[in-house]
Design a binder for this molecule. Sequence first.
Ligand code: SF4
Length: 227
Amino acid sequence: MQQAEMLLQYYAAMHRHFGPSHWWPGETPFEVAVGAVLTQNTAWRNVEKAMGLLRQANALSPLVMHELSLPELEACLLPSGFYRMKAQRLRALLAFFARVAGQASPPNDPSLAFLRHLETETLRPMLLEINGIGPETADCILLYALQRPVFVVDAYTRRMCSRHGVVPPKINYHELQAFFSDVLPQETALFNEYHALIVRTGKEFCAKSKPRCKECPLGGFLERAVE
Ligand code: SF4
């Protein structure tokens, strides 16, 4: 089977099983970007608690969050774990927004429209220069907040693909991303849903130990090699 056909069949099988994912939760692009930082090293339910506190503080807008004192911001982030580090990361993201907008403070624009003029090839390296924003977080912001056709990969993607024998277990982020994005149609909606389905499959079936392959929607593809 050709690689693109195989990946589209994986997608179809997961989509048949789970149905649409409606990712990423968040009312505005800014909320999505904040969620992408807060979800580092924690479960989504903890992110939701922190987002709830930020909402109560009316701080889900770049300028208002920028105006919070550090202790106020940290108090909102407490449920998400690593709250001191995440407060610094959000502040670095806000400082980046201010720089891009050419202002001392980030624009009070939760739609992040001030980033739209930047091509993805320009914006991605800029995001990666921000302290604490790695490839997965940068790509989540590009795909889910800014609707750019950027394929996101993560530990679930690596585990699933290596267990199926289609990539080496130690493949790096960029190579694994290229494994998908070099052959799939460059469609934001497809990339959005594909990553969400992999995460759902990983959580429900493809645990680190004792994967439940017999019940998994991808069970029928095990051991099929790419031609
Ligand atoms: S649980 Fe098994 S079939 Fe499902 S993705 Fe993991 S390795 Fe593949």
